[in-house]
Design a protein around this ligand. Structure first.
Ligand code: BYC
Length: 322
């Protein structure tokens, strides 16, 4: 067995594991920067799933049929589950979930920019499923091969569920597009509002992304922000054609030399502004999250009291003290 006592040996073992495309597990030694980067990304990801329940949750009471309501409820519940797997993955790195939630509520940790936009019509539910979950799949499928074991494994289930989310969104939009003129107009209007924010989900351009280079070396990220954005544009265009909608970008066209679509530049000043907390729905999202957390205090207290009682009962039976 290798002697891994000295820090250089530990670093070498870590480097070899990454180079061999094997997984780093929670009990393995890892550089502080690797741990810190992962806690940052996984926590932001978890927060996004939980905050991401709100835009669609907004329509649960106004779903147009029982079938649509059941589908939407299942989807929103899935997002809660994703948040829980991801908070658990962050805990394996030594983060405390309560602490992460406090940081989110106090604005010290980020969540995805996309959830700071309001959902104005029911077509938004379909467009979020199609484009927002579509972008999430594009970003998250490569994360199933991320170098940190618990994150990569969580992504496998998350991606399976996101795939159902994307299909339900597409199916909802396809149904509306077969409906009345007013329904078709509602879908197009929603697509116009969500297209650019969906492209921004992939993060800033590569030359303005401070974390990409190191995260790629550590194989936390497997593709750059721009690579994934391009992939998303290319995959969305044929789907838009099937639906019969267009994207609000005059520069969008097939480039035979690149074998990919050219497209316009998202408004990065809007992105920065939204990330800084100035999105149309930013205050509402955090206010709601704080209220939900405060309203859940009695559940946490009850769970704690129950755990205490169980521990005492266990100690009494075994004669141990814990
Ligand atoms: N929004 O150096 P960069 C879902 C920040 S939920 C806000 O490129 P990185 C769903 C970034 O954090 C899906 N902030 O960063 C749920 C960094 O700031 P800090 C959520 C953003 O980490 C419910 C700075 O900008 N998915 O699908 O290498 C219903 C510089 O960026 C954003 C994930 O979280 C943004 N869009 O790359 C429906 C995926 N982009 O931390 C659907 C996991 C960047 O240095 N995360 N920033 O202060 C990732 O893949 C990567 O973290 C990112 C950014 C590609 C997002």
């Amino acid at each position: 067995m290798t002697n891994v006592e000295a820090p250089q040996d530990l670093q070498n073992l870590f480097d070899e594991t990454i180079a061999a495309d094997q997984r780093i597990e929670p009990r393995d030694w890892m550089p502080d920067g690797y741990r810190k980067t992962l806690i940052r990304q996984v926590a932001q990801h978890a927060h996004s799933e939980i905050i991401g329940m709100q835009p669609e949750g907004n329509w649960l009471t106004r779903a147009p049929s029982l079938r649509r309501k059941a589908i939407l409820m299942a989807k929103v519940q899935d997002e809660a589950g994703h948040g829980l797997y991801l908070y658990s993955a962050a805990e394996t790195l030594g983060a405390d979930r309560g602490d992460l939630t406090t940081k989110l509520i106090e604005g010290k940790q980020k969540y995805s920019s996309i959830f700071n936009y309001p959902t104005l019509t029911y077509a938004d539910v379909g467009v979020i499923g199609w484009l927002v979950d579509g972008a999430a799949i594009c970003n998250q499928v490569p994360l199933c091969r991320s170098s940190f074991g618990p994150y990569a494994r969580a992504m496998i289930r998350v991606c399976k569920e996101e795939s159902f989310h994307q299909r339900q969104g597409f199916e909802l939009l396809a149904t509306m597009m077969r409906g009345t003129e007013a329904q078709r107009a509602m879908v197009q209007e929603a697509v116009d509002r969500w297209w650019w924010p969906a492209l921004m989900m992939f993060g800033p351009p590569d030359d303005e992304s401070p974390n990409t280079e190191q995260s790629m070396k550590w194989r936390i990220k497997r593709h750059t922000n721009d690579e994934l954005r391009q992939r998303f544009v290319d995959m969305s265009i044929p789907q838009a054609e099937i639906l019969g909608v267009t994207f609000p970008d005059p520069d969008l066209r097939w480039n035979p030399e690149r074998g990919a679509h050219d497209f316009g530049e998202p408004d990065w000043s809007e992105f920065m502004d939204v990330v800084r907390g100035n999105g149309a729905a930013s205050v509402e999202r955090i206010t709601n999250r704080k209220a939900a957390h405060d309203n859940g205090a009695w559940v946490r207290d009850a769970a704690y009291a129950f755990a205490q009682r169980e521990r005492l009962a266990h100690d009494r039976t075994t004669g141990e003290t814990s």
